[in-house]
Design a protein around this ligand. Sequence first.
Ligand code: ATR
Length: 273
Amino acid sequence: HPNYAVIGHPIAHSRSPHIHTRFAALTGITLNYEAIEAPVGAFAATLRTLRLQGLKGCNVTLPFKPEALSLAELSSDRAQRAGAANTLGWSDQGRLWADNTDGAGLCRDLTERAGFPVAGRRLLILGAGGAVAGCLAPLLALRPAHVTLCNRSPEKLRPLLDRHQDLGVPLAVLPWGECPVHGFDGVLNGTSAALGGSAFSLPQGLWAKGAWALDMVYGPAAAAFLQAARDQGASTRDGLGMLVEQAALSFERWHGVRPDTNPVFNELRQIVP
Ligand code: ATR
């Protein structure tokens, strides 16, 4: 039985077992990390069974992240603001705790690895689903000048706004199709449009000179958005670094050791174009 796992539905294509197994090898930690598919509606039961079999911690992915948060006795502020957890573990007293490392992973990749500036910059975020909710509070902690949120379904923006309005960064919302035609210093794509096979067009002038673009998905799914950004002169990055960094932060929470993400990122880059 695994002592660490990622639980989702579907889960077959998860890169997490590979990443955590490599981190373990690099840090000299012994673990057995597996991908576990839970039936929809049976996340809690699956978690209980795995725990009885010796599970010490797990990552959680779609569609179980909100439920993972709700099951926990203890949860971090960033998980509460995200309304979702991607990392679970048990305290010494056996209490289930929940955290969300997605946003911190994104921020670490953006600032430390990509070298894209956020502090004092004007950001645009496309999307208002789980991916964006998971990242917003950590992004705001980097003190951008202001953040504009834009989503196809405008009703999703208000709750997101309400949960983050107290963080001291001005937030604005724009309905889809009314993306302003003035320059942003950074644009994050948190939509799943390309995963569903439908790209959207972006207005000219969206990026300011010297600006950057980041897509939260990686590989071919990020290609259309990042090409549009390059056409407007922006520097680009896909979500592979974010994937590796959020995994490293989960690893650190469980094992108390910070793995070197460079070799693992470089290996994955060979596989994911
Ligand atoms: P995730 O957890 O990956 O964020 P999600 O919660 O289903 O998944 O959110 C998907 C996001 O991509 C949403 O912001 C969605 O817009 P809606 O709120 O209008 O559904 C956005 N999205 C998906 N397909 C899209 C498309 N073809 N054009 C624009 N936005 C799209």
